[in-house]
Ligand binder design. Structure first.
Ligand SMILES: Nc1ncnc2c1ncn2[C@@H]1O[C@H](COP(=O)(O)OP(=O)(O)OP(=O)(O)O)[C@@H](O)[C@H]1O
Ligand SMILES: [Mg+2]
Length: 167
């Protein structure tokens, strides 16, 4: 299961803009989806999750799960699981997260640093890679598909950078 070329590459110039892109992605997510967030420390993985979660109807604050490992939020129709596996080094710790159960739970699951545990992920996923840009607030968001789960959403994903609709 290899990741091909990015299906979309979207520049942003602020955390707000990144959250707006994430909110557009929220319109495409389904129960059982897995989203892997990659990028350096402070790239905006948690900021992206905040934008997506809010758009899914999470009303309380969405905070970094760096120390809690996994946070769970109720959206309007979907549960949002937000995990951070940065600190996990042992396979037992990764298995303890119970990823297959989370992904199967009428939920969308976002995993920060999920690329580090790609071999332990249950099935296909959307990879969102946040690259640092020239200015302090510049980021480049790259979207890649791994596995069949997102394949039928490639066209709307390509529209994520467009200011208006999804196509
Ligand atoms: N274009 C941008 N997109 C996202 N965040 C941005 C952008 N510009 C500035 N920021 C700032 O960068 C920081 C991103 O922090 P955030 O906690 O989301 O990163 P992270 O990738 O989750 O880091 P960590 O690996 O430590 O969990 C925030 O302070 C945010 O306001
Ligand atoms: Mg984070």
């Amino acid at each position: 299961m290899t990741l091909d070329q990015a299906v979309a590459t979207v520049p942003t110039a602020s955390a707000d803009e990144t959250q707006t892109v994430a909110a557009r992605l929220a319109a495409l997510v389904r129960a059982g989806d897995l989203i892997v967030l990659c990028g350096d420390l402070g790239a905006g993985k948690t900021a992206f999750t905040q934008g997506l979660g809010r758009a899914l109807g999470v009303t309380g604050p969405i905070t970094s799960p760096t120390f809690t490992l996994a946070n769970r939020y109720n959206g309007e129709n979907l549960t949002v699981h937000h995990l951070d596996v940065y600190r996990l080094t042992r396979i037992e710790e990764i298995l303890d997260l119970g990823l297959p159960e989370l992904v199967d739970d009428r939920a969308v699951t976002l995993v920060e640093w999920g690329d580090a545990i790609a071999g332990a992920l249950p099935g296909g996923y959307l990879e969102v890679r946040l690259r640092l840009g020239d200015g302090p607030d510049d980021r480049l968001l790259e979207f890649r598909i791994s596995g069949p789960e997102w394949a039928d959403r490639e066209v709307p994903l390509q529209g994520l950078g467009a200011g208006g609709g999804l196509c």
